[in-house]
Design a protein around this ligand. Structure first.
Ligand code: CP
Ligand code: NVA
Length: 304
């Protein structure tokens, strides 16, 4: 196959709105199949290579488990013990890895790196998080909302905190699934302009956190310092004070509001313990859905 014809999943916008919704519904079906204990192995003998240049618990375990449940296999690769860490070019690594395996999953820093890898890969490439976006997490978050509340079209979602990779993927989702996204973030920590331009009328950016949360159907946050920003932790703690999701903020939202966080979370920083551990929080369902949503994605990309 010509490498240009391969479907990659580098950002949510690699999917059409209809494909995104189909994946959500398929993830819900695959979850039911798994919970019934049925064996379903559409990826027998298929191999997923996973390159992690940043740490991970959920992404690694969900992809590895998903491949095992599907009858296939996953290989964990880190720069520390592969030639990638010793300077082997991305282009060469992409050609070699894709000649032996059926799919590549990559978690890295610069988004351009995954684009380069995809350009030279002869198999689909999945983005397991870059500095710019985290599209796999949005598959799980949206599955969770659909399971709990039905279609998200026309609903109001509020993002509280850093205009980071997760926020950018929420902006993509707002456009694809047609919901309103309020983004409450401190000055200087807004999402990048290119993502603002893409999301246009679906988003509004403010520093008024209570106003952003009022009448929300879903409130979402994430860490104040993402992976790679550890040295900014102290400055960020100051910049983001007043941006903690508290029970008081949750009370301003709609009565049936949900709380999500991609995890890992810092209780007492971006979210109070009573919110993340309270009954409006669906963070555990959200985390489990990484498995089911990514199985739906793997099936979509690898089964003709
Ligand atoms: N939410 C998420 O991607 O978690 P990990 O960093 O543990 O993979
Ligand atoms: N924004 C966070 C998400 C972790 C899953 C980070 O990039 O570290």
């Amino acid at each position: 196959m010509n490498t240009k014809d391969i479907r990659h999943f580098l950002t949510l916008t690699d999917l059409s709105s209809m494909e995104f919704k189909q994946l959500i519904h398929r993830a819900i079906e695959l979850k039911a199949i798994q919970h019934r204990g049925e064996i379903f192995e559409p990826l027998k003998n298929k191999v997923l290579a996973m390159i992690f240049e940043k740490s991970s618990t959920r992404t690694r375990v969900s992809f590895e488990t998903g491949m095992a449940q599907f009858g296939g296999h996953a290989i964990f690769l880190s720069p520390r013990d592969t030639q990638l860490g010793r300077g082997e070019p991305i282009e060469d690594s992409a050609k070699v890895l894709s000649s032996m395996t059926d799919c590549l999953m990559v978690r890295t820093f610069e988004h351009e790196k995954i684009e380069l890898l995809a350009k030279h890969s002869s198999v689909p490439v999945i983005n397991g998080l870059t500095d710019d976006v985290h599209p796999c997490q949005l598959l799980a978050d949206m599955q969770t909302f659909f399971e709990q509340r039905g279609d998200i079209k026309g609903k109001t979602v509020t993002w509280v905190g850093d205009g980071n990779n997760m926020c950018h993927s929420y902006m993509h989702a707002a456009k694809l699934l047609d919901f309103k996204l309020n983004i409450a973030c401190p000055k200087g920590f807004e999402p990048e302009q290119v993502f603002i331009d893409e999301a246009d009328e679906h988003i509004s950016i403010t520093q008024d956190v209570p106003a952003a949360c009022s009448n929300s159907d879903l409130i979402v946050t994430d860490v104040w310092a993402s992976m790679g920003q550890e040295e900014e932790q102290k400055i960020r703690e100051q910049a983001f004070s007043g941006y903690q999701v508290t029970a008081e903020l949750m009370r301003l939202a709609n009565e049936d509001v949900l709380f999500m966080h991609c995890l890992p979370a810092h209780r007492g920083e971006e979210v109070s313990a009573d919110v993340i551990d309270g009954n409006q929080s669906v963070v555990w369902e959200e985390a489990e859905n990484r498995l089911h949503a990514q199985k739906a994605l793997l099936e979509f990309l690898l089964v003709a």
